[in-house]
Design a protein. Structure first.
Lengths: 504, 322
């Protein structure tokens, strides 16, 4: 496959390292991505792929090392510098303005104008040219927000092409696309490759990697593991072994648990994000996994159960008693506790200390006269949780933002362990967490279930869902599409159930 | 494992130093300015001037205590200046008509509480921006003050009423005692009650607090209600010192109070704030104003100087966060 264009410049990463307070996100990453090839970056969540792309895009500055495009050695101090040097990074969250038109988004920063007045006709004409061959059906005058996610991605790609970027990086571009949109993206990527550009491609999906990529670099825990240059000799298994690097069974450390009667029963639940009534039950001691692609409605389901959104129909029963879930306080009072997906936004109080973040939930029920904080109890409780969960912090007074993602997640576990708990809802519990802390979190989940708590885990990490769940429900497009017991859980079967049908 | 622990231990040393600076630097600055003024300005330490300084601190100081809670929760309240004026007017009008000091003061405090409750309910329940909400109530309450008083100062005859502003206990003026009591009480409230801690959590991350089971709406309503009540108390004290309820006073007062808090180190974006920040900010503003008066600096220049100090303080605060 190397006979393709070799004229352009290579992209070279030279010993790139990146430290955050308390965490080493990347260390000593070196590899070369050649022009006219599609180079895949693979690794588990938190392996450092996104950090590397952020360095490439100028959002982060590396703590050590540098980039090289052709003969030029570069260190981008801002997104602007990265763009000016012919790099375009297409992030998972698109950097577009939904309220503006497609054309305005494409031309943002350099709209055709005279004396400050925008020349609309010229703008639309130029936008149409940019979209030509890429997405002819998109009307440049349409409001960006009215487009599908796939179309928006095409607009972002058109924007990258308009700057004639030599290096184009895609960060999990297919995670929210329909099958047809994926097809089109593949065609476009092949075209970019044939034009002699450097294409970096981050994805978890094996079939895409084997289909479109010419080389794969694998990361693990922020380190470079290996690069495969010849895809024709690479097998699926060899790649997985390289990615995981250890016995999968060992990380999840699954052991059978006794199920002790029904805890939560959900019947005919409907609400925001659910297209069909959802019914299921979960027993005490059971870990119930929810698998699906992004946007399948799993997070929305958890939010209904946590009282964060009102349900339109259906019932939720806990140990036979019907619950009214109008606010998070109702759910918490019943013992249904949620560890949210977005820890930074909904989980932690970043300015607060570790102790503060642990005690925030239990504080009111332990206060004297309903309002006086029990300082001694809080201190002891914080120390107890730090010890029990092995939270790595120099002291309970450490500000929580200085902890690593895994330890922040453990603090949230500690918050809920300080309170009466019957059902634990976990939304992507190990997203952005390094592998060592992951294993600890799986152990905590197991121990909680073994102590008689019903655990519901939502995850997009297929291995993880299979590894820790007793039973898996698969969701797609706001509906439950299948139930798979542990002994029949296979990747292909779960994926099949998770893929959208109506559009594909 | 050990590498990670080392990585954690190292920033902590720096943090402790920084935390100490964050916590105390403005208090030290206030003391420094006090000492400098004492050395270089004649009559600064005279009993008469000290008394004047104490009284100047009192009105702003009381209102700043509860403004601290508003700011710490990530909001602010612009209506406090109008509440102060209206409370004085209400107290004076009710005393004129009923001749009862108790009724007059109660009516004023009740008015402040109701305004605060309205602010709190609109902000917490209807999710309307605090800037707009309190901008509206600021004008409404200011208008009500003029309506109640017919646009003129309302004199007070009751001797007992003057106790609030002009009385003294063991030689210390009552307003100063009330201010000190407020500093102690609200400092305690912020640190040792669920209400205070929840206020900080809401300012730090409202969504996280809600998900953790904090009653966010109720806490916000209490914050604004208490602020209204305390604003009215400050208004009563001011009316007592001036022996009349004046509908036009306290214009721009809300901004002075917010300036004092921010100057002392309270964060405008919420989640950071301590009573010592408030004390430091109030002291710095009052001492500088007092010094400028003693030096006979023109009022016009005083505005420029006060604004410059505030701007410098927030720029320094911004730089500290880098």
């Amino acid at each position: 496959m190397l006979q393709r264009v070799e004229s352009g410049d290579s992209l070279r990463f030279n010993a790139i390292g990146k430290n955050f307070p308390g965490v080493r996100a990347l260390s000593d990453i070196s590899f070369i991505a050649r022009p006219g090839t599609v180079h895949a970056l693979m690794g588990e969540n938190g392996a450092g792929k996104s950090t590397l792309l952020k360095i490439l895009g100028g959002a982060y500055q590396p703590s050590s090392g540098d980039l090289q495009i052709g003969e030029r050695t570069l260190a981008f101090r801002s997104a602007g510098e990265s763009i000016a040097n012919g790099v375009a990074v297409i992030h998972q969250e698109l950097h577009l303005v939904p309220e503006m038109s497609v054309a305005e988004n494409l031309m943002l920063g350099h709209m055709p104008s005279r004396f400050g007045l925008v020349n609309r006709r010229a703008m639309y004409r130029q936008a149409r040219e940019l979209l030509k061959g890429l997405a002819d059906e998109i009307d440049p005058a349409a409001r960006l927000g009215s487009l599908s996610l796939g179309q928006r991605q095409l607009v972002e790609i058109a924007k990258a092409m308009s700057r004639n970027a030599h290096v184009i990086a895609f960060d999990e571009p297919t995670s929210s696309l329909s099958a047809r949109e994926i097809e089109r993206l593949m065609t476009i990527i092949a075209k970019l490759r044939d034009e002699g550009r450097v294409v970096l491609y981050v994805s978890h999906r094996m079939e895409e990697i084997f289909r479109i990529c010419d080389a794969v670099t694998v990361f693990k825990d922020g380190r470079f593991v290996c690069t495969f240059d010849d895809m024709s000799t690479l097998t699926h298994d060899a790649l997985v072994t390289c990615m995981v690097g250890r016995d999968i069974e060992n990380i999840y450390n699954y052991r059978p648990r006794e199920h002790q009667g029904e805890a939560l029963r959900v019947e005919g639940l409907l609400g925001h994000g659910l297209q069909a009534p959802v019914s299921f039950s979960v027993s005490r001691g059971e870990v119930l996994g929810f698998f699906g692609l992004v946007g399948a409605g799993r997070t929305e389901l958890l939010r209904l159960l946590a009282g964060l959104a009102p349900h339109k129909a259906g019932t939720v029963q806990l140990e036979g008693q019907a619950l009214k879930l109008r606010s998070p306080r109702d759910a918490i009072a019943a013992g249904i506790l949620l560890c949210p997906e977005d820890r930074k936004k909904e989980g932690i109080v970043p300015l607060g200390s570790v102790a503060e973040n642990i005690n925030i939930g239990a504080r009111s029920r332990n206060a004297r006269l309903g309002c006086l904080v029990q300082g001694r109890w809080e201190r002891e409780n914080a120390e107890r949780q730090i010890r029990a969960l092995n939270i790595k912090t120099p002291s309970p007074d450490q500000q929580i933002v200085y902890l690593s993602g895994g330890n922040q997640q453990k603090v949230i576990f500690g918050r809920w362990l300080s309170m009466p708990m019957k059902v634990l809802l976990l939304d992507e519990p190990t997203r952005g967490i390094d592998i060592g802390a992951k294993a600890e979190i799986y152990q905590i989940i197991h121990d909680l279930a073994a102590s008689g708590i019903a655990v519901i885990v939502v995850s997009s990490d297929l291995m993880e869902v299979i590894g820790i769940s007793d039973r898996i429900l698969v969701m797609s497009e706001g509906a439950v599409t299948g139930e798979v017991p542990r002994d029949q859980a296979e990747e292909s079967r779960l994926l099949q159930l998770a893929l959208p049908r109506s559009r594909g | 494992m050990s590498a990670q622990q080392n990585a954690l231990a190292a920033p902590r040393q720096g943090l402790n130093m920084r935390r100490f600076l964050d916590d105390w630097v403005m208090v030290l600055a206030a003391l420094g300015i006090f000492v400098l003024s004492a050395i270089f300005i004649e009559n600064f330490l005279s009993p008469l001037n000290m008394r004047g300084l104490g009284l100047a601190i009192s009105t702003v100081g009381i209102a700043a205590c509860t403004m601290l809670f508003c700011l710490a929760s990530g909001h602010f309240d612009l209506s406090v200046g109008s509440v102060i004026a209206c409370a004085g007017v209400v107290a004076a009008v009710v005393m004129r008509d009923t001749e009862s000091v108790l009724l007059g003061v109660s009516a004023a405090l009740a008015m402040g509480l109701v305004v605060g409750l309205i602010n709190g309910i609109v902000i917490a329940k209807l999710r309307i921006n605090a800037l707009i909400t309190t901008l509206a109530t600021m004008q409404i309450v200011r208008g009500l003050g003029y309506i109640f008083s017919d646009g003129k100062a309302v004199g007070v005859m009751q001797e007992q009423f003057f106790l609030f502003g002009n009385g003294s206990l063991f030689g210390v003026p009552v307003p100063i005692i009330i201010t000190l009591a407020c500093f102690v009480f609200f400092g305690w409230l912020l640190n040792y009650t669920t209400y205070g801690r929840n206020t900080m959590a809401i300012g730090g991350n409202e969504e996280a607090a809600r998900l953790a089971g904090v009653n966010v709406d109720r806490t916000k309503i209490i914050i604004f209600a208490v602020h209204g009540l305390i604003g009215a108390l400050a208004g009563v004290m001011l009316a007592s010192r001036m022996t009349s309820g004046q509908p036009m006073i306290g214009q721009g007062f809300e901004l002075t109070v917010i300036s004092a808090c921010v100057l002392g180190g309270v964060s405008l974006s919420g989640g950071i704030g301590m009573i010592r920040h408030v004390i430091a900010g109030v002291l710095i503003l009052a001492i500088i104003e007092n010094a400028m008066n003693l030096k006979n600096i023109d009022t016009f220049y005083q505005y420029v100087i006060r604004g410059t100090i505030l701007l410098l303080a927030v720029i320094i605060d911004r730089l500290k966060q880098r």
